[in-house]
Design a protein around this ligand. Structure first.
Ligand SMILES: O=C1C[C@@](O)(C(=O)O)C[C@@H](O)[C@@H]1O
Length: 284
């Protein structure tokens, strides 16, 4: 049963440090892909001064030390500190969803417990990414821990095998929104333009009829790239680009991405404001 049945729900933007997601131009997120703590630190120092990006994602599943929870949790705090004004998302992308490290449910919960309870002078990460497919019980435990720590949650779902119909994708996002999370994220693997349209149609319907919080959606791979560039028109609040190794197929250079997103925003924002289509509300 889905409880989020309010049609045309009003979307509240989510403010993370200086960045508001869900209102206006989509945010640009860049992943840190690093095998060692030293590499992660160096990448954080480089990204800290990057003006083209809005948020950083630390993909901890690439770290050799990731299964050492306390050590990785301390690194997350350190990276958060180094990034200064850029908000940090900590993501353990599991093997089942395109990540580098397989992990069982208990270890997955324990990992996020370490991250959310790490002691130290540096701040905690701003957001953690939790996989919807881990199941209700796992999601609830991590969301509760994150709420207790004052850390936001992105609930995410990846389909690397294909793309469901638009109605099925909307159902999935509505089921995700039923959790007490800040942002819902959906990634699919399209075979062709028709699949990309399914993702975009689902995003648009979700954004205009059901969503009361920001969505981030993307069709991965080459044919999906249009969804990363023009997601604002359909209601996606952020897009992932790369400054180094990509963390998923179809990501393009973050500077090029910024340029394209700005072009779309410059052209589309006045019409979006008039038509009231997403993202309506205050467009800067
Ligand atoms: O969920 C996502 C989106 C993503 O898979 C993409 O397709 O850009 C990249 C991941 O690093 C991130 O966690």
């Amino acid at each position: 049963m889905q409880s989020n049945t309010a049609r045309g729900a009003t979307l509240r933007g989510v403010k993370v440090r200086g960045v508001t997601l869900g209102v206006g131009r989509p945010a640009i997120i860049v992943p840190i892909i690093a095998a060692t703590a030293a590499e992660a630190r160096a990448a954080a120092h480089r990204l800290a001064t990057e003006d083209a990006i809005d948020l950083v994602e630390l993909r901890v599943d690439y770290l050799h030390c990731v299964l050492d929870g306390p050590r990785t949790a301390a690194l997350c705090r350190e990276v958060r500190h180094v990034l200064a004004r850029h908000p940090l998302i900590v993501t353990f992308r599991t093997g089942a969803e395109g990540g580098m490290t397989p992990i069982g449910d208990e270890a997955y919960v324990a990992f996020y417990d370490h991250v959310l309870n790490a002691a130290g002078p540096d701040p905690l990460p701003d957001l953690v990414d939790v996989e919807f497919n881990r199941g209700r019980h796992v999601v609830r435990r991590i969301v509760t821990a994150a709420r207790g720590a004052g850390v936001g949650v992105i609930l995410s779902s990846h389909d690397f095998a294909g793309t469901d119909s638009a109605p099925a994708l909307v159902d999935r996002m509505r089921a995700m929104q039923d959790f007490d999370v800040d942002i819902v994220k959906l990634a699919v693997m399209p075979r062709d333009g028709g699949d990309v349209l399914n993702l975009l149609a689902a995003t648009y319907e979700m954004r205009t009829r059901w969503a009361d919080r920001p969505l981030i959606t993307m069709a991965m791979g080459g044919v999906g790239v249009v969804s990363r560039l023009a997601g604002e028109v359909f209601g996606s609040a952020a897009t992932f680009g790369t400054l180094g190794q990509p963390s998923a197929p179809g990501q393009i250079d973050a500077h090029d991405l910024r340029h394209c997103v700005d072009i779309v925003h410059g052209a589309a924002a006045p019409d979006l404001r008039v038509a009231g289509t997403p993202p309506h509300g205050a467009i800067p």
